[in-house]
Ligand binder design. Structure first.
Ligand code: MN
Length: 742
């Protein structure tokens, strides 16, 4: 009898909960499609019949709660409400996506399918699993944004009812929420939900800290109330006089953001000055532009209080990437405390709280915020397009993109680009185009030459400088900050690596064949072990890019002869790849090995290859080496690679002399070290390019603790010219070391 009564009561609750959703939906601006929603509700209700949640309530209360969040807190329409009601049906009952498709059509079925795919959560046992799950989540998200919006609603309800879960599950769910769902909610402009998710996670992960901060907020509330009233009353009368319809609310920082700030800045609760912020939400006056109205209100406020000169944030004309718009300013209260004031129109406020769903509502008359979000989704898609073998890298890459705050930079034509804070010139290059990034040699920021790793500031005008001979460098990964740049650099490096390995494999096979040795894997293992390398791939790569050259040492390693070991040589540059193809092969018989090769401006590039390892230029003492591919490679005589060649293939060494007349230029790396100071870089580049009229090919400078170190690649004709450059640069104050890199 008791049971019967309880069930009766529950059924009533279920019906009431559903009716509430319908009421909220009907009061919204969406089309009144009650029929499919009712159908979805009835279907889900009978599908979950008899099942209960951890809390003990009937399971259907969960989909109902999710549908309510979707409708009331995110502002979505009937399709999303249906999908929310059905979101656990495929996962938890015997019904299939096919069933949903037959009953509710393609669109709803697709969303439910997406939700089912990502229902397992993101955190797996291993990082790789985690990345795979996360990738799945982002993929479904970029296909239909409603999937992730409903997923966030689902997560929000699970967080709100987390107390019923076992404690170990609580940690897992709270951690995952903080790590992934809160940042995504922020990115989609759901700031209210983001704050609640963070706060709930914090409460379950650090219950004591949470309680402590909450208590302090309570204790100081009275003080803040007084401050708030004193501060806002003159504002109210001023806005009244101007004829505004408005309301003001005090926003108190959430325990999580307070705690976060205390951790990050190592400060006490009492030292956080912006616990209270004041929000003015107004209706634009008849026929007035809402953007202008924000500034008019700001203006009125400056007549009452002094504004902080550095804290005006114009998110009105330049919305944040998540679509947020408002005018933020900070004023000095009569009590001597800074108070942040956020000025928003009603519509801006709605967008701020409901995020992109509200954008759709206003889509017809405002596309700017939408465009920002589209851009972001586009970037996510691009990152997903690149294979990311390392799971943790991938997670980092995406995470970088979620919480970034923006700066604005301008192209030379005055076009504006939104970039995350702390991004470098190279990040911008990749943002504009992958090709620009891959060939970027530096930039001009506000007409001044800067290196690739220069950090951009809001308002900078940036011109990206490129060169076709520039190649992606692994070093770049140490300073780029955007997900896109990181992903594109890694992709380029992997491509490069594969090319070098293939080349290396050919070289290795040639060598083994020539020495009449078999290519059994244990033979190859002997070679890479002898060379102190980690594996076969590393050997192939080193061979491919010329870091090592196979010789008698390797033969001895194979045959077990102990001999002197040559060190392996650092490799520099990869410039001759293109020229190699154009070099015509020479038959060894046709070469008179006793004669000296004359290297001229005319024959240099079609008959010879300039060695990658030592980069000889006219004036250097050189020799020629007839290689396996029937090409003559020009090395410096003191080049370590040439040394091994001399001992292993002495019969293939040819004498060579320069007979050039300054018609060709060569890329020469010059090392510079000195004490960092304003204008040093400028002086260096001015000396080379303006005073000496010599081209700079590439430039990479890093500064640490007041000391800078860098490499400049100049286009020089010969050794004499390089000497002149070095002599001139030595005259610059603060430069300590200058040398051509040998
Ligand atoms: Mn669920």
């Amino acid at each position: 009898m008791d049971d019967e009564k309880r069930i009766e009561k529950e059924e009533l609750e279920i019906t009431r909960a559903f009716q509430e959703i319908l009421d909220i939906y009907l009061a919204s601006q969406h089309r009144k499609k009650v029929e499919p929603i009712t159908k979805a509700f009835n279907f889900a209700r009978q599908a979950h019949k008899g099942v209960r949640r951890h809390s003990g309530e009937p399971y259907i209360m969960h989909p109902l709660a999710v549908a309510r969040i979707v409708c009331a807190e995110i502002g979505l329409g009937s399709t999303s409400i249906c999908a929310a009601l059905l979101h656990d049906v495929v996962e938890d009952t015997d019904y299939t996506v096919e069933d949903i498709r037959n009953l509710f059509g393609e669109k709803i079925a697709q969303i439910v399918e997406g939700l089912t795919k990502i229902s397992g959560g993101v955190f797996g046992m291993q990082a790789s699993e985690q990345a795979e799950n996360f990738k799945k989540l982002l993929l479904t998200m970029s296909e239909d944004i409603r999937v992730i919006l409903i997923k966030i609603a689902d997560r929000l309800h699970n967080m709100r009812t987390l107390e019923f879960m076992p404690v170990n599950k609580q940690y897992k769910i709270a951690g995952e929420t903080l790590y992934i769902y809160a940042p995504i909610a922020y990115r989609l402009g759901l700031s209210k939900i983001k704050t609640e998710l963070e706060n709930l996670s914090f409460r379950y992960e650090h219950p004591e800290e949470y309680a402590r901060i909450e208590k302090k907020i309570d204790k100081t509330q009275q003080e803040r109330d007084i401050l708030y009233n004193e501060f806002t009353s003159p504002i109210c009368s001023s806005l009244d006089k101007m004829g505004y319809k408005f309301y003001i609310i005090g926003r108190v920082k959430s325990p999580y953001s307070i705690w976060n700030k205390m951790q990050k800045k190592h400060i006490a609760f009492e030292d956080i000055y912006d616990i209270l912020a004041v929000r003015i939400i107004f209706t634009p006056r008849d026929g007035e532009d809402e953007n202008n109205e924000c500034f008019k209100i700001y203006n009125a406020l400056t007549k009452i209080y002094d504004a902080h000169p550095d804290r005006l944030r114009d998110w009105v004309n330049k919305p944040r990437a998540n679509g947020y718009r408002a005018l933020h300013a900070t004023f000095m209260s009569k009590r001597g405390e800074w108070i942040e004031v956020q000025i928003r129109s009603e519509r801006m406020n709605e967008v701020a709280e409901q995020g992109i769903a509200a954008h759709w509502k206003y889509k017809d008359n405002d596309n700017s915020a939408d465009g920002q979000l589209d851009n972001w989704l586009h970037t996510i898609k691009e990152i997903l397009d690149d294979p990311q073998p390392n799971a943790l890298d991938f997670l980092d890459t995406i995470k970088l993109n979620l919480y970034a705050t923006e700066i604005f930079v301008f192209t030379p034509k005055g076009e504006i680009k939104t970039m995350p804070q702390n991004c470098t010139a190279l990040d911008l290059a990749y943002r504009i185009h992958t090709f620009l990034g891959n060939h970027c040699i530096g930039a001009k920021v506000n007409h001044k030459l800067v290196p690739l790793n220069h950090v951009l500031q809001s308002g900078d005008q940036v011109e990206i400088l490129t060169s076709n001979s520039q190649h992606v460098d692994a070093n770049w990964l140490t300073f780029v900050t955007t997900a896109k740049a990181r992903a594109k650099i890694q992709a380029a490096l992997r491509r490069e690596q594969r090319i070098q390995q293939r080349k290396g494999e050919d070289i290795l096979n040639c060598f083994l064949e020539h020495e009449e040795l078999s290519n059994y894997s244990n033979n190859i293992e002997k070679i890479w072990k002898n060379r102190n390398l980690k594996n076969r791939e590393e050997l192939l790569e080193a061979l491919g890019n010329g870091t090592i050259v196979l010789g008698s040492e390797d033969k001895d390693a194979l045959l077990g002869n102990k001999r002197f070991k040559f060190p392996s040589f650092p490799f520099f540059g990869k410039s001759t790849k293109e020229t190699k193809k154009q070099v015509t092969a020479t038959q060894f018989d046709s070469i008179d090995s006793k004669q000296t090769l004359q290297l001229t401006d005319e024959n240099l590039h079609n008959s010879y290859i300039i060695a990658d390892c030592c980069h000889p230029i006219p004036g250097d003492d050189v020799l020629g080496y007839y290689d396996d591919e029937h090409h003559i490679v020009i090395h410096k005589r003191n080049c370590p690679v040439a040394d091994t060649l001399k001992s292993s293939h002495g019969n293939r060494i040819l004498a060579a002399n320069w007979d050039t007349h300054r018609a060709l230029t060569f890329q020469v790396p010059i090392l510079i070290k000195g004490i960092d100071g304003i204008g040093v870089l400028n002086e260096i580049t001015a000396t080379i390019s303006q005073q000496l009229n010599i081209g700079i090919q590439k430039l990479m400078i890093e500064s640490r603790d007041g000391i800078f170190e860098g490499t400049i690649w100049v286009n020089a004709h010969d050794v004499d010219e390089v000497r002149t450059i070095c002599d001139q640069l030595k005259k610059i104050k603060n430069i300590q070391t200058i040398a051509r890199i040998e």
